[in-house]
Design a binder for this molecule. Structure first.
Ligand SMILES: C[S@@+](CC[C@H](N)C(=O)[O-])C[C@H]1O[C@@H](n2cnc3c(N)ncnc32)[C@H](O)[C@@H]1O
Length: 425
């Protein structure tokens, strides 16, 4: 594999290329690395490579003449990549695909980056190594080179050793141990000492699943796990962060069809479906709010039918979900009930199909990890202004860029809950 690095600081790579497996791979000819400095292509006597940005603003921009000349000078550029925080995220899968190329050229930016017309002149793929900003592309290029080179046949002693690492199966890797067997009272897990290959493989798979669920549950979105894996994850005792979250369905005060504030009737479907969402995601409870006594009586009858009446025998699972329903005459009573459950004050978070949002999903996830939160949804045409105003935050609308904004409240409850808790709950 041929790497060409285009950088104002080619010496940055000296130590990187002179130690460990990378040095060995260069020596063995598994990878070859050329370094090109755009400054060598500058035409003025100061060897200028940057200039002020059009439109003003801080910093300098790497200019096109030197960069284009540097790229045109390359005898074997192969695929062109630019390290950039605005690039496609570097993943193990991307590294695997790049390892199949014969040659890669890596453009390292400095200052505010490179004049954007570089993308019009050359077919360049921008690649990011993470959601943070480095001072230059060199350390990012080193990351990319190492991730790619170690997948090139011959780089590692045994080619198979890359197969079991984090991300190669879509999961994080299991933990490793070595001698001594006990260190400062800490033993190595007995399964690893058993000599029983199937037991070891099983232990490793389970640790890998647990680590992934604990640290990177988002990875389960990208990988299909088997029935046995899912059974194992389900069987584990877990701390449910979902318990801190309660859903609240407010029937009044809400906005009515005519724009006035009032109360709307309760819907059997909403009570059922939001209770099932609440149970599925391990929520602390589902708080139904209506100022109308007869509506609460009706809701009570529906719930009791499934919880203790004939419905409980016909479908006990439904009864289990509906057991999470509590009925309140007002928001204050709902908040008080949530606070009583947790022994501390609960935060009120509101939702709106229109915005404006004052609380991001990420901030709301943090809030739920830390304390009890009642997330309220409005029936009718949405929560009344007085409810939005007293909430600690209003979550962003779902699908804000869609030209159709009419989700049912129960569909919205499901989507919001998944955004807030996902599979981590
Ligand atoms: C100071 S940064 C420029 C940041 C740029 N103005 C911005 O806000 O996106 C200088 C150079 O560092 C490199 N760089 C910085 N962060 C990076 C990241 N997360 N991934 C890849 N390259 C990065 C790029 O080559 C970039 O051109």
């Amino acid at each position: 594999m041929q790497f060409t690095i285009v950088s104002l600081f080619p010496e940055f790579f000296d130590s990187f290329l002179s130690c460990g497996l990378m040095a060995k791979a260069v020596e063995a000819g598994v990878v070859a690395v050329d370094r090109v400095n755009p400054r060598d292509f500058a035409l003025d006597r100061h060897h200028t490579v940057d200039d002020r940005p059009y439109g003003g603003g801080p910093g300098m921009v790497m200019g096109l003449p030197t960069m284009a000349a540097a790229l045109r000078s390359l005898p074997r550029p192969g695929k062109l990549l630019m390290l950039s925080p605005a690039g496609k995220p570097l993943t193990q899968q991307m590294a695997g695909e790049l390892a199949g190329e014969e040659a890669l050229t890596l453009l390292c930016g400095r200052y505010e980056g490179i004049d954007a017309r570089i993308f019009d002149l050359f077919d360049i793929t921008p690649v990011s190594v993470g959601d943070f900003v480095l001072s230059g592309g060199e350390s990012a290029a080193a990351c990319l080179m190492e991730a790619v080179a170690r997948l090139v046949p011959g780089f590692m002693g045994k080619d198979a050793s890359a197969d079991e690492e984090s991300f190669s199966s879509g999961l994080l890797e299991y933990p490793h141990y070595t001698r001594p067997e006990v260190f400062e009272g800490l033993p190595v897990p007995p399964e690893l000492l058993s000599g029983h290959h199937a037991a070891i493989a099983d232990w490793r798979r389970r640790r890998s699943l647990e680590t992934t669920l604990g640290l990177r549950p988002d990875l389960f979105d990208q990988t299909a796990i088997g029935v046995a894996d899912a059974d194992f994850l389900r069987s584990r005792p877990r701390t449910r962060s979902g318990r801190n979250m309660h859903l609240g369905l407010v029937h009044g005060p809400v906005v009515l069809k005519d724009g006035k504030v009032g109360t709307v009737s309760l819907t059997n479907l909403d009570v059922h479906d939001i209770a099932r969402v609440s149970r599925t995601y391990g929520l602390g409870g589902f708080e139904v709010v209506s100022p109308l006594r007869d509506q609460l009586t009706l809701a009570g009858r529906i719930v009791d039918h499934w919880r203790t009446g004939p419905g409980s025998r016909a479908n006990p699972d439904r009864g289990e979900a509906l057991s999470l329903v509590r009925l309140h005459e007002g928001l204050d009573a709902a908040l008080a009930a949530v606070a009583a459950d947790h022994g501390r004050e609960a935060a009120l978070v509101a939702t709106s199909a229109k915005g404006p949002a004052t609380l991001s999903f990420a901030a709301a996830r943090e809030m739920i990890r830390a304390r009890p939160v009642l997330v309220v949804l409005g029936t009718g045409h949405g929560l009344a202004e007085e409810v939005l105003a007293r909430a600690e935050g209003v979550l962003p609308p779902l699908r804000p860029f869609s030209d159709y904004n009419h989700l049912s409240v129960r569909a919205a409850a499901g989507i919001l809950t998944d955004r807030l808790l996902g599979d981590a709950s």
